[in-house]
Write a protein that binds this ligand. Sequence first.
Ligand code: PLP
Length: 386
Amino acid sequence: MSETRPDDRFDTLAVHAGQAPEATTGAIMPPIFQTSTYVQPAIAEPLGGIYDYARVANPTREALERNLAALEGGSHGLAFASGLSAIECVIKRLSAGDHVVSEENTYGGTTRMFSRVLEKLGVAFTYVDTRDPEAVAAAITPATRLVHVETPTNPMMRLCDIAAVAEIAHAAGALLMVDNTFASPYNQRPLELGADLVVHSTTKYLNGHSDVIGGALIVRDQELFDDLAFVRKSTGAVPGPMDAWLTLRGTKTLHLRMQRHNASGQRIAEWLEAHPKVDRVVYPGLPSHPQHELARRQMSGFTGMISVDVGTLDRARGLVEHTRLFQLAESLGGVESLISVPARMTHASVPAERRERMGVTDGLVRLSVGIEDADDLIADLSRALD
Ligand SMILES: *Cc1c(COP(=O)(O)O)cnc(C)c1O
């Protein structure tokens, strides 16, 4: 079990929570329990009461889960094979006929899973602009069991007032799930603001090294945790122990990495806003962001994610194909800087009409600012913009 104390602060929890020296040797790193099954001393008497099969329980995975729960201020974590399988697990707790209200500008793959896979099974989804809590309230029906929001959203950096929407969901007897992938728990802790479930694509900031696909759910309620653990055990989307171990190594430096992502993100957003070839910069840390006040209230830092509109696909192509340090790729949150054109890459599966409405134009370029030297990154963008 974790050696941390309840009053330990975030940076200490990042390094230590969920881990203790290994009992036999004192190894300071949690071992990678690369095993599919466990030898039982007697029939149906697994060691620890739980170690009967590795889909159900794995000590490396559990160390990661305790660490993530501590960082989000939750009581329990559940690790998954991907961010999408974590979200899917929550929907699979529901039944045909149930209804979900979802932010319309989620990660493209989330909307694709809802509308093209899960809707066929009889769960209904309504997509709304969750910047407006009244729109959430208006979409709720007697069948609504879940509200799913993402804040900041990808790639338009829309914010949702978590505390306000939690109240609306709870008044209707529904749970609130917050996709906290973009902010990371270093900058925003939704459970403390009233959310019931936090979901992560750990692929991004939490792992932070662009070498693992993974997901996680974090909750505070024992019954909800038991339900989700049952669905995961029954459906099977667990991460392998090596991936859990790599992600745990990533979270040890989350606070240091986020400090640099936040600082360089802010600096580069300000620099871009002053650049004559950039039409618009979308970044919650800029006073020009329409929800800057909310950002300051519910977040403590604004990440390395920036969207800029350069007008046309041609100009977007000119930018993303001429940077050297910002490499053209999907994904985000790693130590290295990435650049992409959402309308043609991550959000190509979103219907064009909805893309237009949200502002995901062909000239929109998304930056994931890494932890390289910020002056080098600015010089790189400056050359490519010219
Ligand atoms: C990447 C991402 C996901 C999906 O996670 P995978 O690990 O790719 O399955 C979900 N939500 C957000 C905000 C993401 O960025």
